[in-house]
Write a protein of this length. Structure first.
Length: 351
């Protein structure tokens, strides 16, 4: 039989085309499946992390976010089973600190907690300049499982007039005329942010994220009033205050989240948008800093308003006892020590 070479050639290329098409479809389907599986794995990691952080208990409430100890209480307890960790710069620590306090960098808090017996103390008190960075550290330590962490009220600013400059300088009423009483509604229910992490267990993911957050520092999440006001429409602004204060005036676009029962999986956590910057403000900024770190640990892009509502509506907080004023500044004694500069040392400042 005589073979037609043209027909054979056409058949060969047709067959080759079909085989290559099948391979491309197979590869395409494989890639899609791989992408879907990756997303499922990342969502699973987010849930694992949330399970570890919550651990069947609520860590977010007005009593725990964070726990506050007033300067008077601390002064009267100095001879008790208390550890004071001062996370200001070494230079500022040397210029004046509370008796028996130890100086540790914020970035080293996790390692210190792991190596030391924090549970042996009735209270571990975090001290900084204003209380905000102390709240930052407190949030991380509590999510790492430590339940005896406290924040010094007003930081060292409230301990002695020598240290009070930062709060004095940053309190004002500049935003009172711009407050609104319009109530804004919460976002619709969404999902937890996707967590991308090489580790698989919730505890491993938590520990790695905690280390990263401590290394980044307070400045990484802090914004001022002008930034908050300018970005209020495209961000998700949260007023973390009592309802009565919210109703009496808040930043335009701000949404009320109750201090007593918000940000748990069973309440309002999933109303937060995972794809927007979240800016939180509270009265003293301790609470908003704590909440911002808690949300950051879960994968949200959270920020805190520095100096809180005191930075723009200070006089309106007097009735609630949350206003910074000269009456909150105590005159307790402090100690000094020799500061020895380390070559190449970077001094940590902040709040």
């Amino acid at each position: 039989m005589k073979i037609n070479h043209k027909t054979t050639t056409l058949f060969f290329f047709f067959t080759l085309f079909i085989l290559m098409s099948c391979k491309e479809n197979t590869d395409s389907n494989t890639n899609i499946l791989s992408s879907d599986n990756t997303e499922v794995v990342e969502k699973t990691k987010a849930q694992k992390l949330a399970n570890v952080i919550f651990n069947k208990k609520s860590i977010i409430s007005s009593a725990k976010a964070p726990k506050i100890i007033k300067a008077e209480q601390l002064y009267n307890s100095l001879d008790q089973n208390i550890l004071i960790i001062d996370i200001r710069s070494a230079k500022d620590f040397a210029s004046g600190h509370i008796k028996n306090a130890i100086n540790i960098k914020l970035s080293e808090v996790q390692d210190f907690a792991k190596a030391s017996g924090l549970p042996m103390y009735d209270k571990v008190v975090m001290a900084c300049y204003t209380g905000q960075t102390a709240s930052y550290a407190s949030a991380v330590l509590q999510m790492l499982g430590h339940t005896n962490i406290y924040v010094l009220d007003w930081g060292m600013c409230g301990w002695n007039p020598k240290f009070s400059k930062k709060w004095k300088k940053n309190t004002s009423d500049k935003g009172i005329a711009e407050l609104v009483k319009t109530p804004y509604t919460k976002n619709k229910i969404s999902e937890l942010p996707i967590i991308k992490n090489k580790k698989n267990t919730g505890f491993e993911i938590r520990d790695i994220r905690a280390r990263k957050i401590l290394k980044e520092g307070f400045g990484n999440i802090a914004v001022n009033y002008s930034y908050t006001k300018a970005n209020a429409k495209k961000a998700y602004v949260i007023c973390y205050q009592p309802e009565a204060i919210y109703n009496n005036g808040h930043i335009d676009q701000a949404i009320l989240y109750d201090q007593n029962n918000s940000f748990n999986l069973s309440t309002d956590l999933l109303t937060l948008p995972p794809n927007k910057t979240i800016i939180i403000y509270s009265n003293k900024a301790y609470q908003s800093t704590y909440i911002a770190i808690y949300l950051k640990m879960l994968g949200y892009n959270a920020r805190t308003l520095k100096f809180g509502a005191n930075s723009f509506m200070n006089s309106k907080l007097k009735d609630s006892g949350d206003a910074f004023e000269k009456e909150v500044i105590q005159n307790y004694p402090f100690e000094t020590s020799i500061y020895i500069k380390v070559e190449g040392e970077v001094q940590e400042g902040g709040c």
